[in-house]
Design a protein around this ligand. Structure first.
Ligand code: URA
Length: 193
């Protein structure tokens, strides 16, 4: 276990940087393999995550796990985290201020893990990490920004409202798996700048 990741975990658990710390049951630090080639970044914990203190353990988590396995990833061998580490009341989208008071944790996670690719799950992570919007128009792309490569796809919870997105997410993660394999072998991949 990385002691640096452990130390972020402890800071997240005791964090009082914003008002979400008052309404949470548990803060939800990132979880998984800190040696993973990919970090998956969601929006914020929901009810089940708040109860259990772990990311993506509810309905959206089940969809994410299914898509990961389909694509060739093993859930416990990747690292999964969120832009915001505490549940916004009633699962509302986190505010800009909440995102900015939490963003240091994600930046530290990325700095320690140094993933080959950061996988953005949905609009909140897209907006926060790349200042992007309209995920459905940009999904499936590999984007280079500064020192990092980002892969953009839909949020697993979007599948709950639009069942057609289940296969989209699965196919995107399969394509991501192939991209990571190619990068590791030194084979060129198509990158949008
Ligand atoms: N949605 C997210 O964005 N993150 C979770 O951890 C669960 C649901």
């Amino acid at each position: 276990m990385s002691s640096a990741i452990d130390s972020i975990k402890n800071s997240v658990i005791s964090c009082m940087n914003c008002d979400l710390s008052r309404s949470r049951i548990n803060a939800v630090p990132g979880e998984g393999d800190w040696e993973s080639d990919v970090i998956f970044v969601g929006e914020a914990p929901g009810r089940n995550e708040d109860l259990q203190g772990a990311p993506f353990v509810g309905a959206a988590g089940k969809i994410l796990s299914e898509a990961l396995e389909y694509a060739g990833f093993t859930r416990r061998h990747v690292y999964i985290t969120n832009v915001v580490k505490c549940r916004p009341p009633n699962n509302r989208r986190p505010s800009k201020q909440e995102v900015s008071s939490c963003s240091g944790y994600l930046q530290k996670e990325i700095g320690i893990i140094k993933p080959t690719v950061i996988c953005i799950l949905g609009n909140t992570a897209f907006g926060s990490l790349l200042d992007g919007s309209e995920i459905t128009k940009n999904r499936g792309k590999l984007i280079r920004r500064e020192d990092h490569l980002y892969f953009v796809t839909v949020h697993p919870a979007a599948v709950l409202y639009n069942p057609d997105l289940r296969q989209v997410l699965k196919d995107d993660l399969k394509s991501l798996y192939g991209i990571v394999e190619k990068i590791k072998k030194g084979t060129p991949v198509q990158i949008s700048e």
